[in-house]
Design a protein around this ligand. Sequence first.
Ligand SMILES: Nc1ncnc2c1ncn2[C@@H]1O[C@H](COP(=O)(O)OP(=O)(O)OP(=O)(O)O)[C@@H](O)[C@H]1O
Ligand SMILES: [Mg+2]
Length: 375
Amino acid sequence: MRIGILGGGQLARMLIASSYRYGYTFKVLTGDINSSASKVTNEVFCGDFNDEQDVLKFSNDCDVITLENEFINYKILESLEKSGKKLYPSSNCIKLIQDKYFQKENLVKSGIPVADYIKVETENDILKFAEKYEYPVVLKTRTMGYDGKGNFLIKSESEIKTAVEELSKRGKLMCEQFINFEKEIAIQITRSVSGEIKIYPLVETIQKNHICHIVKYSEDLFEKEIEISAKKIAEKIVNDIDYTGTMGIEMFFRNNNELLVNELAPRVHNTGHYTIETSKTSQFENHNRAILGLPLGDVSMNTKSAVMINIIGERNGKAEIKGLDKLLKKENVYLHDYSKNEVKTGRKMGHITVLDNDLNSALNTANESLSEISI
Ligand SMILES: Nc1ncnc2c1ncn2[C@@H]1O[C@H](COP(=O)(O)OP(=O)(O)OP(=O)(O)O)[C@@H](O)[C@H]1O
Ligand SMILES: [Mg+2]
């Protein structure tokens, strides 16, 4: 089996690492010969995933194609399907998700709770929306947003003009009601070609500078009813769009026990990296199983608590790992270095997962480990 992955970042790398023991061959399409995933497979096709010819050529000898980001023009993915290739998730799923406005329209159609939103064509649209919901409101680019790049928190009428000028360089806009959430949470779900579903636990996520910083799991972090509601929402989302693969779903949790879906990621997701060590089958392995039409693996947990902390670049230059020996002396602490050649401020360079019986103790170990390592 030859699995083609559009993209060569850390998500592709971990998809490969999770399943090569089954004898599959993984091939990546990347613009960077030294990408994170290029370091773990010798089948590297250098090209652009937004170039139709590159994508078709790349896919020629692949049995199934998948992707590690949602920024590939769905029309190219449609061509790929028309050429007879198996692609999961499908171009239709990517089309419904890659534009955040269409994504929200579709969620509402499925009866999923979301923050109120509008399509923005003029500054006046924002003014009217803010009159209804009061400031602040969140202006977002409809496509290509990640790590908060593409969001602008508008705190008063006087900021509308700047926000629109700033963001419209990046594309079409939408505006959302600001949600004063108690917690940000996430859940991973895998659905296979056959419709089989496995759902990972609900986790709490903490962002720093709009980037995922910490993910917390504990058996008793959420009331059972909340976890059940979140799982029902996740199941409805993937079934309604006939989704295949692992999906990451970000949600807001409000103090009146209300869940609102913030956004969907049609791929394996940063908030599910902890599953590599905590789950009998990780989000990555189950993604591969799902797209190959194989039975999904058990997702039960082998720890009471876990914390994942991201290693984010704090300088620009050549990447170099320091502090590894200190970290390797610790028990139940797992380091992942994505092997990126260059470190950049704000770039995801790796992560650490800590398993513990106690969540606070896991959190302390994670913070301590992060302070001892640098990449
Ligand atoms: N409507 C909202 N109300 C309150 N906070 C919000 C809202 N929308 C986004 N945020 C905050 O901004 C963060 C980033 O927003 P969002 O997830 O839409 O952006 P992104 O850049 O596409 O995401 P990612 O960081 O997952 O790549 C959220 O995690 C949340 O903290
Ligand atoms: Mg997000």
